[in-house]
Write a protein that binds this ligand. Structure first.
Ligand code: AMP
Ligand code: ZN
Length: 476
C-alpha cells in the first residue's frame, strides 16, 4: 500500500511551502477568481484555470472532497485597479453593438467551451456576480455597521486605515503609495489604498447595469463580489483561494480586508497563486499577454493553427505553476511533439491494465505522487511518467494500470484512443456556415444539399455526425 504522503503548497500569505491541512478533515473549500466576461479569455487566463484544475485534481488524488466555486465577473468593473477608468462590460457592449447582458452571456458560453475542451473538471458551482447583488449589499452593510466604511460623492469606500494589517499580505509600501497617489486620487478618498464597495451611478447618465441600494443607485465594487460569493459558499474561513499573481496586490488584498473586517475571522488559510503566461516579445518588444495591448491569443487561435486543446494542456505542465511560462509557436510545437510521443507509447497499453502488484510499480506510484505533493511539481511528474514507461522491469499490464492512475491527474486522455481526444477540432468560418446551412437543409428535408455538404467535409478529412442534440464533427 502507498504511504500517506503529505501535501505541500506554497502559501502566498507566508511566502513558504506549507503542509496542507484543511480545516475540516477530508474536505476542502476552494474559491477561484474567474474571468471578466467582456471579451474572449486568452491563453494566459487559461493557464491560470489549467493550474487550478491541476490543484483540484491533486486534492482529489489525495482523497479530499473538493467544494470548488468559480465566479463569473459579469458586472461592469472599471479598467483600472483604482476604481476609475472605463467600464469593461459597457466597453464590450459598445464594441459589439449588443447589450451588456448579451455580451456577458456570449463570452461566458465561449469561456465554458474552452473549459470543456481543456478537460477542466466542472466546479461544484459557477457563481455570477449579478446573481449575488443582495449578498454584496449585505456585506457592505456589515462593514458600515462595524465602522469600516465611509461615503463620499463617488460611492461607499472601505477605509483601509482601519485595518492595520492591510499592507501585510502583499507587503505594500503604504507611505510610498500614499505619496504617489496624491495627483490622481479620487476626490473624497481618505487613503490611497481605500477602495470602492459601492459606486454611484452618474447623475447625468443611465448606466447599462445598475441596482438600487441603501446608498443610492449604482453598482458594487469589483472586490466585493468575490468576498460575498466566497463567504456564502465557503463559510467565514476558506481552505484555499486561487488566482493569478496579478491579483495579489489589490484584488486579494482588498478581499482579505473587507472579509475579515466583516466576519472577524481569518478569510483564507492557503493563498495559492499561478504565475503569468508571457508571450515571446513581439516586434514592439511587448511580452505581456493582455487584451489592452492587443497581444493575446485565444484557444481557438491555437486550434486554427493545427494544435489541439490537449497540446496546450500539456504545454502548461512543462513549467511549474509558480514560474513564468513563455509562449511561442516553437515551444507549443515541442509540447505537441512530446505529447504525441507519449501517446504513441500509451496507446498500445490501453485496455491491458491489471491491479498493481510489484514493489517497482508501487515505487513509481509513490514517485509520481511525491512530485505532485511537492507543491504541484508537474514537470517532475511528467518526467516520472516518461521514466516509468522506459522501465523494463515492469510488464505492460502494470504500466497500463499506472498510466490509468496518473491520468486522473494529468487529464490528457491517455486511456482513450487519440481520435476520441480530438473533439477539439475547430471549424473555420466557412465550414461553420456550412454546418448551419446543412442543419437548415435537413430541417427543410432538403437531403440532397445536406449530403453535398457532408461530401465537402469528407473531402477535407472530416466526418459529420448527426444526433438529436445537433451535429458534431471529427477527423475521418
Ligand atoms: P481576468 O479576466 O483578467 O479577471 O483574469 C482571469 C484570471 O486569469 C485571473 O486569475 C488572472 O489572474 C489570470 N490571468 C490574467 N492574465 C494572465 C496571464 N497572462 N497569465 C496567467 N494568468 C493570467
Ligand atoms: Zn476575485
Amino acid at each position: 500500500m502507498l504511504n500517506k504522503l503529505k501535501l505541500y503548497l506554497f502559501n502566498t500569505a507566508s511566502r513558504q511551502k506549507e503542509e496542507f491541512v484543511p480545516l475540516k478533515p477530508g474536505e476542502v473549500k476552494l474559491y477561484c477568481c474567474g474571468p471578466t466576461v467582456y471579451h474572449f479569455v486568452h491563453i494566459g487566463n487559461l493557464r491560470t484555470f489549467v493550474f487550478e484544475d491541476f490543484l483540484c485534481r491533486v486534492l482529489a488524488y489525495n482523497g479530499y472532497q473538493v467544494d470548488h466555486t468559480v465566479n463569473i465577473t459579469d458586472v461592469g468593473h472599471l479598467t483600472s485597479d483604482e476604481d476609475s477608468g472605463e467600464d469593461k462590460m459597457e466597453k464590450g457592449a459598445a464594441r459589439e453593438g449588443k447589450t451588456v447582458w448579451e455580451v456577458a452571456e456570449f463570452y461566458t458560453q465561449s469561456f465554458w467551451k474552452d473549459w470543456e475542451r481543456l478537460n477542466l473538471k466542472q466546479p461544484s458551482r459557477w457563481t455570477k456576480a449579478t446573481d449575488y447583488i443582495a449578498e454584496q449589499i449585505d456585506l457592505i452593510q456589515k462593514l458600515e455597521t462595524r465602522g469600516f466604511s465611509y461615503t463620499n460623492e463617488d460611492g461607499v469606500y472601505f477605509d483601509t486605515a482601519k485595518f492595520p494589517r492591510y499592507a501585510d499580505f502583499a507587503k505594500l509600501d503604504i507611505d510610498g503609495l500614499q505619496a504617489g497617489a496624491r495627483v490622481e486620487m479620487i476626490d473624497g478618498k481618505r487613503n490611497a489604498t481605500d477602495f470602492a464597495l459601492w459606486k454611484f451611478s452618474p447623475s447625468d447618465k443611465q448606466r447599462l447595469m445598475e441596482w438600487e441600494s441603501p446608498w443610492g443607485k449604482g453598482f458594487p465594487g469589483w472586490h466585493v463580489e468575490c468576498s460575498a460569493m466566497a463567504l456564502k459558499h465557503g463559510g467565514d474561513t476558506l481552505d484555499i483561494h486561487c488566482g493569478g499573481t496579478d491579483l495579489v496586490r489589490v484584488h486579494h488584498t482588498n478581499e482579505i480586508a473587507q472579509s475579515e473586517c466583516a466576519t472577524g475571522h481569518t478569510f483564507v488559510r492557503y493563498w495559492v497563486h499561478g504565475e503569468f503566461l508571457r508571450m515571446s516579445a513581439d516586434e514592439r518588444g511587448v511580452s505581456k499577454m493582455s487584451k489592452s495591448t492587443g497581444n493575446f491569443l485565444t484557444l481557438d487561435s491555437l486550434l486554427e493553427n493545427g494544435f489541439s486543446a490537449m497540446d496546450y494542456r500539456y504545454f502548461c505542465m512543462t513549467a511549474h505553476y509558480r514560474s513564468f511560462l513563455t509562449f511561442s509557436w516553437e515551444s507549443l510545437t515541442s509540447a505537441m511533439e512530446s505529447l504525441r510521443s507519449l501517446r504513441k507509447k500509451t496507446e498500445t497499453l490501453i485496455g491491458q491494465e491489471q491491479t498493481l502488484e510489484t514493489a517497482e510499480a508501487f515505487a513509481w506510484l509513490e514517485r509520481f505522487h511525491s512530485a505532485l505533493n511537492d507543491d504541484l511539481n508537474f514537470p517532475q511528474a511528467l518526467a516520472v511518467v516518461n521514466q516509468m514507461l522506459k522501465d523494463d522491469t515492469l510488464d505492460d499490464r502494470e504500466k497500463a494500470a499506472l498510466i490509468k492512475n496518473f491520468d486522473q491527474v494529468l487529464g490528457l486522455g491517455l486511456t482513450e484512443k487519440s481520435e476520441s481526444m480530438d473533439k477539439s477540432i475547430s471549424l473555420d468560418d466557412e465550414l461553420t456556415a456550412l454546418v448551419d446551412e446543412r442543419n437548415k437543409a435537413r430541417a427543410e428535408k432538403n437531403f440532397k444539399r445536406a449530403d453535398e455538404i457532408r461530401d465537402i467535409f469528407k473531402s477535407k478529412g472530416l466526418v459529420l455526425k448527426d444526433s438529436p442534440s445537433g451535429t458534431t464533427w471529427e477527423k475521418a
